[in-house]
Write a protein that binds this ligand. Structure first.
Ligand SMILES: [Fe+2]
Length: 407
């Protein structure tokens, strides 16, 4: 095949590639065991065996990464690292198409020039990657510098020299959503037809992983928006709490960021913040909408919203992680809160965070029977209540988030 000529090989899947490598492995080991070979021949066969073994291990690793439940960004990066290793290339990139601008941007660009490379956006048809994206066909370029499609600006800015390239489209249901490219075969070698075929099968697997991640994100967004609508509908019954849920969620997430909680905990905290008062659906209008302070009996009824919220969500087994946030967000660290009067060490973190966020918003919002406090007054009140109502670490984190402009 000449420089830049496209392949007509049909891409195969990873399983087929792995089967081929296993067969090659067996063949080489059979050859190596035959007698009468010269030492030089044997050395070559052992090198082939090692190369094939390395490819097999990398393929297995890549398949594991793509099927893992890691965060999508991490999956893309690790997959690209394994793919570059498999291609025996100096660097590799994953470029995706921005549907709004119809341009390619670097989602992953391996190597120490990543920051410089990521500032580039390629027009459709621009450069080798743009050509592959536009035509939806794979390409090997053996001498990039003399190829008219080569886009020099990326090299100039990143002070890198592109010698040869293998580039394949990433397609979801026949639609090109991006490209994978591996640049500069190591040891001055050339990319082969075998490389191209293998790279294309990897790209097909990457496409499946990317599409799964997109679907997951969409489902998750739909779920959070549905939960927010539900909370909003309940909030609408109470004329004094407009926007409360959104603010409590913002405050809780700001505390979580200060505490450096992991992504999974933040996800549950976000949902608990959105749904923390869902139990108010079971509180009578005359109590919920009462413009004056509640009497003791009414207050007792209002307190039930914590248990009712926990009961409602208790029917959804996948959401059991957020129940403590709903049930215990009115507990106090001195044990004088409700519904169970739990003391500090027994109150779950998720509930303690929602408590700070919820109380701050209540203090800084107008009520019919009192005016809203200024933020500074509310901060002082939170500080005064450390050790009785709130956990000091969380109050400090919350105030710091405000002071550093995170809220
Ligand atoms: Fe509440």
């Amino acid at each position: 095949m000449t420089m830049g000529e496209k392949t007509d090989k049909t891409p195969r899947n990873l399983k087929e590639e792995m089967r081929d490598y296993k067969e090659k492995l067996l063949e080489v080991s059979r050859k190596a065991s035959r007698c009468g070979r010269s030492l030089k021949q044997r050395e070559g066969e052992v090198r082939d065996l090692q190369k094939t073994l390395t490819k097999l291990v990398t393929l297995t690793e890549l398949s594991r990464i793509l099927n893992s439940t890691l965060e999508p960004g991490t999956v893309r990066r690790r997959a690209m690292q394994a793919a570059t290793e498999l291609m025996e290339a100096e660097v590799g990139s994953l470029l995706l198409i921005d549907e709004e601008t119809n341009q390619l941007y670097f989602e992953v660009a391996l190597g120490d020039k990543e920051e410089a490379v990521k500032t580039f956006h390629l027009k459709m048809g621009e450069g080798i990657a743009g050509w592959v994206a536009q035509h939806g066909e794979p390409l090997i370029v053996h001498d990039a510098q003399s190829d008219p499609r080569f886009f020099r600006d990326v090299d100039k800015k990143s002070k890198f020299t592109t010698k040869n390239v293998v580039c394949v489209p990433v397609k979801v249901k026949e639609k090109t959503i991006g490209v994978l490219e591996a640049i500069n075969k190591l040891d001055g070698g050339a990319f082969s037809e075998e490389d191209l075929s293998l790279f294309q099968s990897l790209a097909d697997q990457v496409a499946v992983a990317l599409d799964n991640a997109r679907l997951l994100t969409e489902i998750e967004e739909l779920f959070f928006q549905t939960a927010s609508c539900l909370a909003d509908a309940i909030e609408k019954r109470d004329p004094y709490t407009g926007g409360h849920t959104k603010r409590v969620t913002t405050y809780s997430l700001a505390i979580a960021e200060q505490l450096d909680l992991d992504a999974e905990d933040i996800r549950w905290l976000k949902l608990a913040s959105i749904l923390h008062d869902i139990g108010k659906i079971g509180v009578e209008d005359k109590i919920l909408r009462k413009p004056d302070k509640l009497n003791e009996e009414e207050y007792d009824q209002m307190k039930q919203h914590t248990l009712m919220g926990a009961e409602i969500i208790g029917h959804i087994k996948q959401l059991h992680w957020i129940i403590p946030g709903l049930k215990y967000h009115h507990e106090k660290v001195d044990g004088k809160g409700y519904p169970e009067g739990l003391a500090d060490g027994y109150i779950p973190l998720i509930a303690k965070i929602v408590a700070v966020a919820d109380t701050f918003d209540a203090m800084t919002s107008d009520r019919p029977y009192r005016k809203a406090m200024l933020k500074e007054e509310a901060f002082d009140e939170l500080r005064r209540s450390c050790g009785t109502q709130f956990d000091k670490v969380l109050v400090d984190a919350f105030i710091k988030a405000f002071e550093t402009g995170k809220i």
